[in-house]
Design a protein around this ligand. Structure first.
Ligand code: FAD
Length: 467
């Protein structure tokens, strides 16, 4: 068998892998990337961030026409109808255009692309399924990502009992969609189908949705989604899920041990994701995993085997595309002798529901548990002229700062465009800004960002201007 030699081989072409390959090529390394599927871009581009945002945007337009157009004086004379197939096709087009962009970037940066599942033969040699060549290298970056977690008693038939991947490509709008898990993915897809007319029921084990978010923010999001018609069953433990060809029955227990049965036509299991290392043959070369199946790495992203690195969802930390990208860049720069730095406390979390939710730094609960003396400033979106103009009145900005030094420690937004606004919090915290710093900065009027200045003024001296 022929073998091709590279300086670095990247396994996996998600946002971690492909960004890493680009940075390696920029730094002068002869680089190859291996992707198991024919389409580059990984979970994020193919079955994650991009398709879910496409459906969120399409369903948002539909919902606006149905529920908000009238308020703006827009009368739709005639029937408003939905072509779900076209919506799904548009989503597929968005994905394929985005994937083509990655193909272009690989070729522009002279990165060799191989399609097929990579497997280690030796610590500096891999085979690729269906390919007659092996690849040898000085260094290898594993960026094989993650896959959905299932509960042990559920048989995911992927027809009626589905994961997010199938939920992004359904052939019909569910009449009743049960979602097990009130995390980011479940809520985003729940809002899509709720807007399209499905009855949506979210069953969550914890006593609140998005338990990793600041409590106030979770509560507000829950309130808004409930108002829109999503049913929530919190503190409910699902213990049986069965599919009968066209229906699914789900049985759960509440806090009082009462048994509740649900009948639906689809059940989305979205209880998290787990690292994906199947078929890599890591045992053969001695790359160690931790108790959660993640590849063990040191602070230089190096695994237990010298010259083999791992990044993104397959290692510790939050499973987010931008975290994977930062690690991809950092590992390439480390290999080239530079000294990159990632501040993991400043990786923002975002939920793309509407209102959007975005946060960076610590929640009030976390800071209180750490016994840090804090002050909190909060400002409601509805007090802004911009919010009244658009009609997006829900949500608030909450800034948490150190009581004595005024340094910002947590930045939480729920409201229109929160996903784009959060970068002000990231920038402020990266430069260790205080509430006073933010309160002295000019924020354009009328924008949603004014709520940030107002929240900073509230935290600083309890002197917001507009409430
Ligand atoms: P992945 O993107 O999972 O890519 C890994 C790649 O490796 C895959 O293409 C896989 O086929 C390939 N691979 C695996 N094994 C092999 C092998 N042996 N040989 C060759 N190739 C292999 N994150 C956000 O930040 N924002 C969002 O809005 C967001 N929305 C999401 C919505 C959904 C529905 C889902 C499921 C996820 C979402 N995420 C979001 C999470 C995000 O997609 C992941 O955090 C991100 O894709 C991780 O990047 P990665 O490069 O580590 O791995």
């Amino acid at each position: 068998m022929k073998s091709k030699k590279f300086d670095v081989v990247v396994i996996g072409s998600g946002p971690g892998g492909y960004v890493c390959a680009i940075r390696l090529a920029q730094l002068g390394f002869k680089t190859a990337i291996v992707e198991k599927y024919n389409s580059l871009g990984g979970t994020c581009l193919n079955v994650g961030c991009i398709p879910s945002k496409s459906l969120l945007d399409s369903s948002h337009h539909y919902d606006d026409i149905l529920n908000n157009a009238k308020k703006h004086g827009i009368e739709i004379n005639g029937e408003v109808s939905l072509d779900f197939k076209k919506m799904i096709n548009r989503k597929d087009d968005v994905v394929s255009q985005t994937v083509k962009g990655i193909d272009f970037l690989m070729s522009k940066n002279q990165i060799s692309v191989f399609n097929g599942k990579a497997s280690f033969l030796e610590k500096n040699l891999i085979s690729i399924e269906g390919c007659y060549e092996t690849l040898s290298f000085d260094k290898c970056i594993i960026a094989t990502g993650s896959k959905p977690v299932n509960l042990p008693f559920i048989n995911l038939d992927k027809k009626r009992i589905i994961t997010s991947t199938e939920a992004l490509s359904l052939k019909e709008i569910p009449k009743h969609l049960i979602i097990i898990g009130g995390g980011v993915i479940g809520l985003e897809l729940g809002q899509v189908y709720n807007r399209l007319g499905s009855k949506v029921s979210v069953i969550e084990y914890s006593d609140r949705i998005t338990p990793f978010m600041d409590k106030d923010v979770s509560r507000e999001l829950n309130k808004v989604l409930k108002k829109e018609g999503i049913n929530f069953y919190l503190s409910h433990q699902v213990f049986q899920v069965k599919s009968n060809k066209k229906t699914v029955s789900v049985i759960a227990k509440n806090k009082k041990d009462e048994v509740i049965s649900f009948d639906s036509d689809y059940c989305l299991v979205s209880v998290g994701r787990k690292p994906y290392t199947e078929g890599l043959n890591l045992e053969k070369i001695g790359v160690e995993l931790d108790s959660k199946g993640r590849i063990n790495i040191n602070e230089r992203f190096e695994t237990s085997i010298e010259g083999i690195y791992a990044i993104g969802d397959v290692v510790r930390g939050t499973m987010l595309a931008h975290k994977a990208e930062e690690e991809g860049i950092a590992v390439a720069e480390l290999i080239s002798g530079q000294k990159p730095h990632i501040n993991y406390n400043l990786i923002p979390n975002v939920i793309y529901t509407w209102p959007e939710v975005a946060s960076v730094g610590k929640s009030q609960e976390q800071l209180e548990n750490e016994k840090i003396e804090i002050k909190v400033g909060k400002f409601p979106m509805r007090a802004l002229g911009r919010s009244r103009a658009s009609g997006d009145l829900d949500g608030f900005v909450k800034i948490i700062a150190d009581k004595k030094s005024d340094e910002i420690l947590g930045f939480h937004i729920i409201g229109a465009r929160a996903a784009d606004l959060i970068i002000e919090g990231v920038t402020a915290m990266e430069f260790r800004a205080s509430c006073e710093d933010i309160s002295m900065m000019s924020h354009p009027h009328p924008t949603y960002s004014e709520a940030i200045k107002e929240a900073a003024l509230s935290a600083l001296e309890n002197r917001p201007l507009h409430i």
